[in-house]
Write a protein that binds this ligand. Structure first.
Ligand SMILES: [Cu+2]
Length: 125
């Protein structure tokens, strides 16, 4: 019985290509703030297909809404809906491109993402 359990745990902890990929692609974290510039950092450069996470430490609901979601529903890439205080919103990764986004609740809140194919030098991570 215990031998089976150990085998299962070893399997769960085992190194696989997927777990290696997760370890090397730590999410980019963006903080939401109630004051300017509202999203910090406001325009980070992110490697394509690495996770991006927005944290909301404020006492207010906010959204992370790709600007195309308003102008053209068909090319809407991400829209968090209301992110409650203390919560976060993540995307698993984005294709190469430039993305502008904003908060639906507070349209003055605006941020940008630059998603690139080339790995960044360590100084920019
Ligand atoms: Cu907001």
């Amino acid at each position: 019985m215990s031998r089976i359990l150990i085998f299962l745990l070893a399997g769960l902890a085992g190194i696989s290509p997927r777990s290696l990929a997760l370890e090397t692609s730590l999410p980019t974290r963006i903080m939401m703030e109630d004051g300017s510039p509202y999203y910090v950092p406001i325009a980070p450069t992110v490697v394509s297909n690495t996770p991006i996470r927005w944290d909301n430490p404020t006492p207010t609901h906010h959204t992370v809404t790709h600007s195309d979601c308003i102008e053209d529903e068909g090319s809407c890439v991400f829209d968090s809906g209301a992110v409650s205080p203390g919560s976060s919103f993540s995307v698993p990764g984005l294709p190469v491109g430039h993305y502008t986004y904003h908060c639906r609740i507070h349209p003055i809140m605006r941020g940008r993402l630059v998603v690139t194919d080339s790995p960044l030098p360590p100084s920019q991570l």
